[in-house]
Ligand binder design. Sequence first.
Ligand code: ADP
Length: 770
Amino acid sequence: MQGLMQDWPLTVEKIIDHAKAWHGGREVVSRSVEGPIVRTTYAQIHARAQRVSNALLALGVQPGDRVATLAWNTGRHIEAWYGIMGIGAVCHTLNPRLFAEQLCYIVNHAEDKLIFTDLTFLPVLLENRPKMPTVQHIVVLTDPDHMPKDVPGALCFETLVEQASPDCVWGGFDENTAAGLCYTSGTTGNPKGVLYSHRSNFLHTLVTMGSDVLGIRATDTVLPVVPMFHANAWGLAFSAPAVGAKLVMPGAKLDGASVHELLETEGVTYSAAVPTVWQMLLTHLRATNGKITTLKRVVIGGSAVPEAIVRGFRDEYGVDVTHAWGMTETSPLGTQATPNAAIAAMDPEQQLQFKLKQGRAPLGIQLKLVDDDEKDLPRDGHTFGRLKVSGPFVVGEYFKGEGGKILDADGYFDTGDVATLDEHGFMQITDRAKDVIKSGGEWISSIEIENIAAGHPKAELAAVIGVVHPKWDERPLLLVKLNAGETATKEEFLAFLEGKIAKWWTPDDVVFVDDIPLGATGKIDKKLIRDRMKDYVLPTAPAAAAPAVALAAPPEPKIYAPEPEPPAGPNLEAESLDWTPNAAQRIEPKPEPLVAAFPATSETKAEEAPADAEVPFPAEPATSAGPETELPPAEGVIAQPMFAAAPPAGRKASPGRARFADLYLKLAAIVAITPAAMVGVAFLGVQLNLLDRPAFVRLALDLAPQVALISVATGIAGLAVALVAGFNRFWLRGLLVLAISAATLGAYVVARSTGAQAPAAAPVAQPASR
Ligand code: ADP
């Protein structure tokens, strides 16, 4: 039987319709690319977006056509979004931090018909236009006064809007119609397009509006620093109009000073960005003794939030941080670390431990952890495995079937993240599967070390990568960008880490660098760091024994049971870039990103540098005056988890040995409990009159001590097996088996020496005479 409610397709133009109808006068404030602050309202955005739709139709855009935007967060960008989606065309957000050749690849793959661009990116688009044959029009998001002259084929946004008819019929299509397209950054293989539907965007909006999720309200003033080209600004360009919050759009200026200025002048209460942006803001505030007067909450995601940032906001500025996790493939919100009742009852320091986790799943998101055999893993807060996700706003397949089938048999998508889940359902990312450091057959979380190191008062940014080591496969290397004007020594940082991480996690070296490169979405670009550090040799590894090429080819980590594969041969890192036009380019240093390549306008020159530009990055390690780090991993040292699951320390084990040990210890456990079981079964059988007393009891009692002796021997051998196959992984089971056997034998010996007359011991003690 079908329900009898109205059929009301969940299409996103209804969001801006709603904002116009019920929050029409609410402001949308933008720092325009041209310079001045521009004020508009949801009603005006709605009216102008309808004109954009008409302009697009007039330019020949049809439903289903891909229309790209290459733009900062501004009111005009929102108008373009709703104008595109309202007529059933697909809004394709292009990331301007990509390199030109990546951009061309993506535009061609998407077959974009028209591109809306900010002035900032016009030169690079024009330069590459011949390589984008599907693009018929370029519309510059500016007014006639700022429109560059002599640019054949480029149209002025404001002129188009002014000339377009005001009335447009929006919607009227199926809610599963494609609404948006966003390419993942392509850290492995070609960039892949995630094709959002109206329904998935609408549902994502409803979910994120929840007060335990992003929880913005009509009374909030929201500053999305996270760009609309980065996973849809985490949905804020939908959820802010949906609730009627004031929107403040930061344009091209994402540095600490510019963000602070907007926070204060516009009375922002709520903001969202990746950790590096917040780190820049804190650095700015401390340097200028700046004040925060209206900001109450910030959402931090995209990469793990360092404790120092949460504490900085909380203790110095009274701002609450919500940590969130997600990815382009999850629309993007997957989890948020808002407390449940049990956590809310804890003291602030205990609560902080949960704030640093990535959090729990909202309605509509299902999470699971699996091992390499796809076996579900427990939610015990320390077992870690591959994180998988499913739900109505999670990717089902990539655009044009790129990458083939991406869901498992249960419909879950593998995130490529390694994580734990605890008893509160809080998920914690341990690492990206490709960044985890494999040392001596065990795993080291690069994220955890760098988050702690970033908390050093002298550090502005920190990154940890695995560097090849002849004995341990890989060892951690810490790279630190110091605050301006600071100097520091390796020893200071190693001492800072001491006691906060397991000893064997201690980096083998600390290198001070001018800058830590950020990727296209503002996260630390470890691939580039690995590439730049490929000739670097650890002080703990003799140069001859550490072939630099292996640095660029970290073996694919195994999940859960941390057993290393044989060393990888081919250069996986280089292969992963095979979407670039030719193989030779793969190993070339990367060209400057678009933003840096563009001759800066007066508005974008210096201010955007911190967020976008890459500055020199010396590959020379700092000279260390002090003693070298002692070489871990030390056997028997168990990692002290900070908040992440730390894999147990241990020696290198081969998968074959581990499997044998596993099987052997299972058998040994059976042997260990056999004597007790024999005696128990015999007595029970006699008690229940099921067995003939003399025959069975005698047999059981005769054989039990011998089996007990055998089981002790098996147990001792079990310890030896554990020692060889990975002592720290197997020692507990080996010891348990030995303890059971020894206890059984001990019971027998005690019984025999103290109670030869006792009914149970007598038959065993004198089997021959009975
Ligand atoms: P990309 O295209 O690089 O995958 P995304 O923005 O989709 O860009 O990145 C998603 C990935 O970012 C996640 O799979 C995860 O590894 C990382 N990530 C996102 N949020 C967090 C977080 N809060 N903590 C740690 N890692 C995160």
